[in-house]
Design a protein around this ligand. Structure first.
Ligand code: IPE
Ligand code: IPE
Ligand code: MG
Length: 259
């Protein structure tokens, strides 16, 4: 085998040379603990968290990051006390209303990924409206994962492919990675280059599973409401200092970068 890349799955040299990630995915964790530390109810932390969202969206737009994906509510978060769940729904509803115009003004396309059918009807309507308003914006994509689970995403993709196979449109044994990727919620978008989790836990919590296969992971103890621009810059600096190898050796990557 030669030293250069000679496989069907070639490494994109652009990915190797890029110091700024094309796609950043974030688990915004630590709102509750932030509030608790100030002896305030958890919802206060969630509210402050919305302000952090605003700042991170702004930073990504300024840096020309193509895609930002935020984990807002997991498929497991329904297990929380009913009161917290309903307050979170309320916050989601008002934030959708209030922030969408700002996103639109900034040429940002909003996508809500996850199982919408579990949400109250008024939220579902708001989601459709917000996505439609921003559908043609091409400055950046903001994916908000709400009632999202990485396992759910793979299951719904599998169901679609199985239905196609049953209709005779595809052959089951010819299903490829690309075909699965094409049915996932973020199809057509690049996979995340940088994953950030605030709040100190070092786990994926059923966020993106398939799409994180080669993502650079960054964990910080900083709680989401306290995650400011300088904290975001630290994550970006860490990313810029990494060597992504995609299975190759470091020497091969150096050669490719300098080619
Ligand atoms: C993340 O913060 C926001 C949601 C999951 C909705 P948490 O609410 O999980 O905050 P902690 O982890 O309890 O501090
Ligand atoms: C993950 O945070 C989900 C979101 C940030 C929306 P959690 O706080 O729910 O994760 P676990 O339960 O600690 O793993
Ligand atoms: Mg948490």
């Amino acid at each position: 085998m030669s030293d250069t890349v000679s496989h069907d799955k070639e490494v994109d040299v652009l990915d190797l040379n890029s110091e700024i990630p094309r796609h950043v995915a974030i688990i915004m964790d630590g709102n509750g603990r932030w509030a608790k530390a100030q002896k305030k109810p958890r919802i206060i932390g969630h509210r402050r968290g919305v302000e952090t969202v605003r700042e991170v969206v702004k930073a990504c737009r300024e840096l020309n990051i193509e895609v930002l994906t935020l984990f807002a509510f997991s498929s497991e978060n329904w297990r929380r006390p009913a009161k917290e769940v309903s307050l979170l729904m309320e916050l989601f509803f008002t934030a959708l209303d209030r922030e969408v115009k700002r996103l639109h003004r900034n040429n940002i396309r909003l996508r809500i990924i996850g199982e919408h059918s579990a949400f109250p009807e008024r939220i579902q309507k708001r989601i459709v409206k917000a996505e439609a308003l921003t559908a043609d914006n091409d400055g950046m994509i903001l994916n908000v994962a709400a009632n999202y689970g990485g396992k759910w995403d793979i299951v719904q993709a599998t169901q679609k492919l199985a239905a196609k196979a049953a209709r005779g449109e595809i052959e089951a044994d010819k299903i490829t990675e690309e075909m699965i990727a094409a049915e996932l919620s973020m199809s057509g978008q690049p996979d995340p280059d940088l994953f950030i989790r605030t709040g100190g836990e070092e786990r994926i919590s059923n966020f993106l599973i398939w799409q994180l296969a080669y993502t650079e992971l960054y964990f910080t103890d900083t709680l989401w409401p306290a995650f400011d621009r300088s904290e975001f810059d630290k994550a970006l600096t860490s990313f810029a200092g990494r060597q992504r190898r995609f299975g190759h050796t470091g020497d091969q990557i150096e050669k490719l970068r300098n080619a």
